[in-house]
Write a protein that binds this ligand. Structure first.
Ligand code: PMP
Length: 357
């Protein structure tokens, strides 16, 4: 514990931060090269959204997404800006059409989504246990957060409901298959699992388009953007470029099945240390609801939390503090997380009790 702090360069560092996921080295190199010169021309940073080359890039991004997730023909893919938080307002604006909505509240982000929707129309909090949620059949839609980034809980399966189901998949998009039989709309910011901030993907069933409130900004109207190929105004060109590169990497690594296996393997490694620590580390979430992406835990003696964070930082592992509302430790394991970093952190977790014991 008292060893001198190694220089940042000497450390095999890794950020386990929840807010943004790492790009695999291969993808980062591809992006860096394209910032200098892309397709034999200038930098991708100056790519015009009306250029044919961008249109082809966007179309290929959509093709990759459709292949990876088996997105049915009758769903549109929208490339929007504004982050997932903007969708908290845009969903009710686009879908309520004078009705109410149901919200499943499982943690911080679903509560944020629900509170925002309540500004636009009546919101009923769905009640239920396990997978059986009771929802008013007259609701325009039901919203849930597939993975609660702050709380470390995740839906394994999505409930079958009498109304269109909408999922915020910002923190587990492309880490698992998507059941489009159950989900009418999926949205996700891309900064955690497939790239950099700036792009929000909305995958929406055709039948839900065309209901927007007349005051909806045109550039935020799903139907208007669908009709314009998401180029009604300037889309986030660079973030789309990075997502395209990440999607190529995911395909080369074996697609969604490989991402899902990696998520299970990496989170399993951390949960095994927690469960084998005789109560030194604590996670009270029942195993079937534990997140495979954001592993949250506390130390039985909370006074050791800061010592743990400091010990991890000495090993080069940063971004481990829990969400401010939740506290404790949070290990975020997005698609680009390298396995050796997870193994290194797990080893530190096993060793730490003896360092402070
Ligand atoms: N939903 C979830 C599940 C999130 O984890 C986050 C960000 N951590 C958001 C929404 C908000 O994303 P943004 O800040 O990009 O709007």
């Amino acid at each position: 514990m008292g060893s001198p702090r190694p220089s940042p360069r000497a450390r095999a560092g890794h950020s386990f931060a929840a807010a943004a996921g790492p790009l695999p080295a291969e993808v980062a190199a591809e992006v860096a090269a394209a910032c200098r010169s892309w397709q034999g021309g200038g930098s991708v940073l100056g790519l015009s959204f009306v250029a044919d080359a961008f249109r082809e890039l966007q179309q290929d991004t959509e093709r990759r997404l459709r292949r990876l997730l088996a997105i049915p023909e009758h769903y549109r893919v929208l490339f929007l800006a504004g982050g997932a938080s903007a969708q908290f307002s845009l969903l009710p604006l686009n879908l309520l059409a004078g009705q109410g909505a149901a919200y499943v509240e499982t943690g911080h982000w679903s509560r944020r989504a629900s509170a925002e929707a309540a500004r636009y129309g009546p919101v009923a909090v769905a009640t239920g246990e396990g997978g059986a949620w009771r929802v008013d059949p007259a609701a325009a839609y039901c919203h849930l957060t597939s993975n609660e980034t702050a709380d470390g809980v995740q839906f394994r399966d999505f409930p079958a409901l009498p109304v269109p189901l909408v999922a915020d998949m910002t923190s587990d998009f492309l880490t698992r298959p998507i059941d489009f039989e159950r989900l009418a709309l999926v949205y996700a910011g891309t900064q955690k699992t497939i790239g950099v901030p700036g792009l929000t993907l909305v995958i929406v069933r055709d039948a839900l388009l065309g209901r927007a409130h007349p005051a909806t900004p045109r550039v935020m109207d799903y139907a208007a953007q669908a009709a314009a190929g998401s180029r009604l105004n300037t889309p986030p060109v660079f973030a789309i470029f990075v997502a395209h590169a990440m999607l190529g990497w995911i395909e080369r690594r074996g697609g969604i099945a490989a991402m899902a296996q990696a998520a299970e393997r990496r989170s399993g490694e951390i949960y095994r240390v927690i469960d084998g620590s005789r109560g030194f580390y604590r996670n009270r979430i029942e195993p079937a609801r534990r997140s495979r992406i954001n592993v949250c835990f506390g130390l039985a003696d909370d006074r050791l939390t800061e010592a743990f964070v400091a010990a991890a930082e000495r090993c080069g592992y940063s971004g481990l503090r829990g969400h401010p509302e939740v506290g404790g430790i949070r290990v975020s394991l997005y698609n680009g997380t390298p396995d050796p970093a997870v193994a290194g952190l797990a080893a530190l977790m096993r060793e730490f009790p003896s360092l402070v014991g």
